[in-house]
Design a protein. Sequence first.
Length: 86
Amino acid sequence: MRIGIVNLKTGAVYMSPFSAQVGIDSRVNSRLLIVNPPARLKEEFGDEPLPAFYFQTRYYLWNGRKLVLIYPSELKGKINDIFPEK
């Protein structure tokens, strides 16, 4: 699932260069976005190993222009290659 963010005042749209495999968690008053939340991974896979590295839980911070990966840092540069930014 691709992730899009819409500025309700301007109509500007941001499309993430990555996808979420099992969903996202967010709150209206927060800049934090959780991709593949732990509870949803548990529902989907139970205690089985994840099928690929990009299924793991990732935390992003919205900086007003784009989502910035803040954890796990070792995935920086690997996840964005799924949908390269233009």
